[in-house]
Design a protein around this ligand. Sequence first.
Ligand code: GLU
Length: 319
Amino acid sequence: MRGRFAPSPTGQMHIGNARTALLAWLQVRSAGGTMLLRMEDIDTARSRPHLADQILTEMAWLGLDWDEGPDRGGPAGPYRQSERSDWYRTVISRLEEAGCLYRCYCSRSELNRLASAPHGLTGETVYPGTCRSLTPAEAALRKAAGREPALRFRVPEETIAFDDLVAGRVAFNPADAPGDFVIFRADGVFAYQLAVVADDAAMGITHVLRGDDLLDSTPRQILLYRALGWTPPVWAHVPLLVGPDGRRFAKREGALSLAWLRGRGVRPEALVGFLAFLSGLLPSPEPVRPTDLIAAFDVGKLPRAAARVEPALLEALAG
Ligand code: GLU
């Protein structure tokens, strides 16, 4: 088994990220597998090097370790997406050769105007296929207008189904939402969907455990695996932690960041116990170390419902 934690250093690590990291680590360690840490700093405009460093420090503070990663290297490196552009270009040319991509000249404002009501689990807008079958003359016209194209993946009209270790059987048709998706942005940034598949495949990842906010990305990623002739990993999408209002914690909110909790003197064992309790791994939020949870861990027994973080519980944690 090869698993990974793949944080984006675009905000402070909060308790939700810490919980995903803990569960991904437990899945790997309980199977005696290899744990990777990959820094998803592909969007250089939004990523911050000091946040990347802080994530490594806070992972270690939690008591989570990794066998391969940006700080320690390994056979599948580099482990920072910002250093893997050549590989993404190679993968894009393979997709182009297979006829899976087309150039899209739509601007953001055009897309906003064209978009119907948001669809899909995360409310993404649906691409109406404007540039899907441009004639060479139409494409030339748009190019002459100085537009840089994005690259979109041609999504077939087909239901994609997979068995998720936590969510169970999942099936939906990515042609309904979001439709043909971007894999290379007009501003020159490789899209998450492309980079994550290119990297999980190249790094030999067999098991992906991540938050279920990415559940509706998975059919798109399966399409990419298929187009490239690669085997997808086994997926486990864990329900997110939500606040008392039922909304999920946003990374940029700052509150409930590990930095904030550490600043209040919270011990790592207390936080791990709190996260384990919220994930159904402990009957009460007693302090524990991650290693104490390995023996009893079973990914198939993780609860399917979102874990609500009650204020009283948080107060008890944060003192
Ligand atoms: N980098 C993504 C995030 O921080 C996670 C990607 C993944 O696990 O596939 O949300």
